[in-house]
Write a protein that binds this ligand. Sequence first.
Ligand code: XMP
Length: 512
Amino acid sequence: MTQHEKVLILDFGSQYTQLIARRVRELKVYCEIHPYNIGLDKIRAYAPKAIILSGGPANLSGADAPVIDRAALDIGVPVLGICYGMQLMCHLLGGEIGKATRREYGYARMNIDDTSGLFRGMANEQDVWMSHGDRIERPPLDFISVAHTEGSTTAAMRHRTRPLFGIQFHPEVAHTPNGVAMLENFLFTIAGLTGDWTMRSFIDDTVNSVRKRVGKDKVILALSGGVDSSVVALLLHKAIGDQLTCIFVDNGLLRKNEAAGVMAMYAEHFHLNVRMVDASALFLGRLAGVTDPQQKRKIIGPSFVDVFVEEAHKIPGVKFLAQGTLYPDVIESVSFKGPSAVIKTHHNLELGDRLHLGLIEPLRELFKDEARLVGEELGLPRQVVWRHPFPGPGLAIRVLGEVNEARLAVLREADAILIEELIKADWYDRVWQAFCVLLPVKSVGVMGDERTYENVVAIRAVTSRDAMTADWAELPRELLSRVANRIVGEVRGINRVTLDITSKPPGTIEWE
Ligand code: XMP
């Protein structure tokens, strides 16, 4: 548990709750999201320096509207209610809420009537982002309206003497240009926070707590070479040096030079204790003849666990398993909304069960972007910190149909060309993911005077924020053409390149 100043965000189910947390942390203030119904005792025990009530989809007039004990507003720390959070504050303290005659959704021009408190230092007119159906008809006793829009006479309110604030709009989204400045006013001027949470301090705290917990014992980690496991590896290495053993499983489904690259980076460059297990024969053996995508996944996940567990048993005296769980996975599992669609971590859960080891999850409090910053701070090279996501089943779901060594080898060469050209053209960082897919069809071509009958490769490149939705990336024509020419010219077995221009939805990013 952090020793820093903490803000508590009570979640009422808004799609923006995580964004609130990110904005607060970007201001170097540590915060956590908890479900609104954790109870007064837990709220007090958490000892927050300020509380933020998130927005949410419910209406207070609804039968099952989520509410909190009003005593939570009386624990003596500043409280900011956002959207539903403001309406709840109003409701708990005896104000009146009604249906807006016109739903406000999107941009609204807001007039500030009182430039103190949240709006200190701001111009009288502000663009803000609204998304609500209910509105405040009458603020509670001793509250005053401090801003209005065309649709809401009370777009913001504050208590006359106590540090209680409510805003109808969303300061956490980019569409409210001065939203961050308002949060700054709340956190620093009103709540008196200092902004004591930095990546540097996170690293120091984590190193200390890991040392304390691990003592002289040994820890193992599944190192994949992706951002999360790499950051965990460096962080733990800094804390406990060679008491950490990383296990890197080559499942035979990796990209060109990937296994060698991981060993060069972590074993040679960073001097980590890495054991590489070449399990490609086992994986490819189990995959032989399998064409169904879900079946492939059902084979690969458990096979990974088998290999890892066997290797772990070879290391005497291991007491802990480290893994790269991130904060969004933690919130998903505790949120009152119930888990939303996440792939991931089922491996990890299984590993923990099978090995009966203590779990060390040093990134549990971090968002992905924060884990990246920690990586940078620890000297992880840019190309790892900003590496595209790569699925656990690897190239097995990019060789469509049957997976075998020959087809994997063809795909590896084509994919390496695509990535090399993307980097050269400065496009790698501009796409979320880009890769080649080997299709299970052959097509006719002509090379020199010869007729060819060979494989087809598709290029998949997408832009996305979080992989939940994605758009196909409009790579420049010259780049695409160079990639296609090189693939057909240099990779034996491919005579045609196609471009996937499907967005998600309705497509998925991967083809299988
Ligand atoms: P889709 O294809 O569902 O992919 O649009 C969304 C994101 O998830 C990755 N992905 C996987 N990652 N195991 C993983 O670890 C899987 O089975 C898997 N399937 C898809 C995909 O690369 C993209 O980033």
